[in-house]
Unconditional design. Structure first.
Length: 387
């Protein structure tokens, strides 16, 4: 049961007549999980009632509405703004809920639906040949001499465990926007690659020499510990020396800085353009993020919640005090769409949001940006244009 005061606040909110006091009260009340379930039911009911007003088949609407209200599972999102954006602080809790209800009532709408571009995952072999990776297939990676060195199965590529005695032969794996992929290197190291990323690595590391790979974009490493073979990740001017550990690297070409988040173990950061000298490394502790400024080459660090930076592997995009421009970049990469923002002031606004991308389409995300923050947009072919 809820109080009459809370019920009135919810009704005012849904009718867009709530004042600041109403919103503050709702913000405090909705923290409890049980209250979130209650509020969710109000939102679903309100959506279906509005829908029914324009639908001639009232009996069908009523039956579907009752079925929806009884459902317990629904994704929800948390986001908190200031001042006029307080509506978003509540509604973002259920980002995508409105379209989720709409789709379950009527099925997926074909109007203004964005179809991702048909970019593909590619593997460049040591001889320069490029192969397309089909995630539905199973195939072998074969050297020029005919030897099988790896197996691709689904969204993972696994290399044979071995060390070379003489030469390094490199492969380059490129992941387009809208996809993720994993590779297990010949030493057992696991690398999870995010959308719009690439990894260059030897098919076999040379015995008694440093293991070195190069990454652009974002990747999560689970490095096999081997005291006899150091592991180094190079990412556009930054060297990350690894001591058997788990960490995330994010360094897209458009970024001003490279970020390394250490989950477990130990890594050191150093400017790859300078000759390494004793004491020139910057060591990270677990739970900290190292930031390499690409302009001045300085390295800093700060304590972070590592889950926020690794959630992409589970299909979640998590933003904390992120500018809308930053959010747009990640949405473009994940959903493989083009977003044009003509509202420059909006681009500098900051948001907190969690988007469960495996359950929500880009249309759903922007539908709620429109509802809770009055963001005007239109869909033209594969582009979202914000006015």
């Amino acid at each position: 049961m809820i109080s009459k005061e809370i019920e009135n606040c919810i009704v005012k909110y849904l009718s867009q007549s709530a004042d600041v006091a109403d919103l503050d009260l709702l913000n405090k009340w909705i923290v409890e999980e049980d209250n979130q379930v209650i509020f969710k039911t109000f939102v679903k009911t309100n959506f279906a009632i509005n829908l029914a007003m324009d639908d001639p088949n009232k009996d069908n609407i009523r039956e579907r509405l009752l079925k929806e209200i009884r459902k317990e599972k629904s994704s929800f999102y948390r986001r908190r703004f200031s001042s006029v954006a307080k509506y978003a602080a509540i509604a973002i809790l259920f980002l995508g809920l409105g379209l989720l209800v709409k789709q379950s009532f009527f099925g997926k709408s074909s109007n203004h639906e964005i179809v991702p571009r048909e970019d593909v995952i590619t593997l460049q072999l040591g001889n320069g040949d490029v192969r397309i990776i089909n995630e539905d297939d199973k195939s072998y990676v074969i050297r020029a001499n005919g030897n099988k060195v790896g197996l691709q199965k689904g969204d993972r590529l696994i290399y044979n465990k071995s060390y070379s005695q003489s030469e390094l032969v490199y492969n380059t794996l490129r992941i387009p926007n809208g996809k993720r992929f994993s590779v297990i290197l010949s030493d057992g190291t696991k690398v999870h690659l995010n959308s719009g990323s690439s990894l260059t690595y030897p098919i076999e590391f040379i015995k008694d020499r440093v293991r070195k790979v190069q990454v652009a974009g974002e990747a999560y490493f689970e490095v096999t510990k081997d005291e006899n073979h150091l592991f180094v990740v190079n990412t556009q001017g930054l060297n990350v020396q690894v001591y058997g550990t788990k960490f995330n690297v994010s360094n897209y070409s458009e970024d001003d800085a490279a970020e390394v988040v250490l989950v477990e173990g130990e890594v050191s950061l150093s400017d790859s353009d300078k000759i390494r000298k004793k004491g020139g490394e910057f060591f990270l502790k677990p739970g900290f993020m190292g930031v390499f400024n690409k302009m001045n080459k300085k390295i800093s660090n700060k304590k972070v919640n590592t889950d926020l930076y690794t959630s992409w592997m589970n299909g979640n995009l998590v933003f904390r005090n992120a500018t809308f421009e930053n959010i747009i970049q990640k949405l473009e990469r994940h959903y493989n769409v083009v977003i044009i923002n003509n509202n420059k002031d909006l681009g500098q606004e900051t948001f907190n949001a969690t988007i469960e991308t495996e359950d929500e389409t880009i249309e759903q995300v922007f539908n709620y940006f429109n509802k809770v923050y009055q963001i005007e947009y239109q869909i033209v072919e594969n582009k979202i244009i914000i006015n």
